[in-house]
Design a protein around this ligand. Structure first.
Ligand code: PGA
Length: 251
């Protein structure tokens, strides 16, 4: 039985005080909630304050990106040990916005995921096809390639890894993948991981759906056999919406 995992990706939103307010509202509303693991991923600048706000609660802290080196001359970058030091447990790597705008490749995503595991944290590795690739019926090939490239040589750390399937065309567009479309790709991801790391690892692996998930469509997505939670962007900035997605995430 896999524990669902719902993560809020706040992207470049919230000053520190706004982030603390949002985190505190989510923390209070989820008091006593059991079942799903819940992760808040504020911008780097708010990690420490949000970490303090959720201390002692079951909520976990996550970052939105990382550099693969432990330290060094990398102006503007942040390493996995630095994130661990701030209390992070999860790190999103390979989000499509970073694959596009910051030129993340499967190779760099793989190095980042390796660094996150090395630091004792858990990567949330994002994969997903563009609309053009879906129209060309290349979804399976693209996603399989991203899985093989991004998860290569992660060793036993793969057991701690979370995958987020985020069709690029569904992110921030209001256009969600249908439950059938999501389930088909999630199943393919699990098969690809089984080929890489064996069926035990694949069976335990949690695969989130991401892309315009909101309270009105979350339950129907999460009930799919291979959907184990969500990576929520826009709807995670509203405490009520996010909490209602979390509450609907139990199988
Ligand atoms: P969205 O973003 O929920 O706003 O579509 C999801 C994501 O980018 O992680």
């Amino acid at each position: 039985m896999r524990t669902p995992i719902v993560a809020g990706n706040w992207k470049m939103h919230c000053t520190t005080s706004e982030a603390v307010e949002l985190a505190s509202a989510i923390r209070d509303a989820l008091q006593g909630h059991e079942g799903a693991e819940v992760v808040l991923c504020p911008p780097f600048t708010a990690l420490e304050s949000v970490g303090r706000a959720i201390q002692g609660s079951p909520l976990q802290l996550g970052a939105q990106d990382v550099h693969w080196e432990e330290q060094g001359a990398h102006t503007g970058e942040i390493s996995a040990p630095m994130l661990r030091d701030l209390g992070c447990r999860y790190v999103i790597v390979g989000h499509s916005e970073r694959r596009t705008a910051s030129h993340d490749t499967d190779e760099s995503v793989n190095r980042k995921a390796g660094a996150v595991i090395e630091a004792g944290l858990r990567p949330i590795v994002c994969v997903g096809e563009t609309w053009e690739q879906r129209e060309q019926k290349r979804t399976a090939e693209v996603v399989r390639g991203q899985i093989e490239g991004s998860l290569r040589d992660l060793g036993p750390g793969l057991r701690e890894t979370v995958i987020a399937y985020e069709p690029v065309w569904a992110i921030g567009t209001g256009q969600t993948a249908s439950a059938e479309q999501a389930q088909a790709v999630h199943e393919l991801i699990r098969e690809s991981v089984a080929a890489l790391a064996g069926s035990d690892v694949a069976a335990a692996l949690r695969i989130q759906y991401g892309g315009s998930m909101k309270p009105s469509n979350a339950a129907e997505l999460m009930v799919q056999p291979d959907v184990d939670g969500g990576l929520i962007g826009g709807a995670s900035l509203d405490a009520l919406s996010f909490v209602s997605i979390v509450r609907g995430s139990l199988p």
